[in-house]
Design a protein. Structure first.
Length: 135
């Protein structure tokens, strides 16, 4: 039986996506995503934040570069990938990233507007007044 490699995250972008174009015109963006959880410790509310490295490729990368910005709340589905690289001194390093397969912008309708004009007309309203934009 094969395994399952599935990641679902809801968090805020730590900075604007960094867009690059590779050989053959392949688009890629990367950015950090912060997820937080709260718990009680000795009667105090404690918040713990985890940072995740997100990578998006090709068409998804193009859409992300256009719509995602630092601070935006986003739902991401993808898979974990660990890769190696050599640093400037030639030392082999490893990093684990979430390779996104799709994402949904979360937030209020005004979060998707630019000078009063909607960015995309296919957003879906939810019952709690939150709008969703899926890609």
């Amino acid at each position: 039986m094969s395994g399952v490699n599935k990641v679902i995250l809801v968090g805020h972008l730590g900075k604007d996506p960094e867009a690059r174009s590779l050989e053959g015109g392949v688009s890629v963006v990367s950015f950090p995503l912060a997820t937080s959880e709260s718990f009680n410790k000795d009667g105090r509310k404690v918040e713990q934040t985890e940072w995740h490295n997100i990578v998006m490729w090709r068409g998804l990368a193009d859409v992300a570069a256009k719509f995602l910005q630092k601070g935006k709340l986003v739902y991401i589905e993808g898979k974990l990938r660990t890769r190696s690289f050599e640093d400037k001194e030639g030392v082999k390093k490893y990093t684990t990233e979430v390779v996104a397969e799709n994402f949904t912008l979360l937030g209020r309708k005004t979060d998707f507007e630019n000078d009063g004009a909607p960015l995309r007309s296919s957003s879906k309203a939810t019952t709690d007044g939150t709008d969703l934009m899926s890609y």
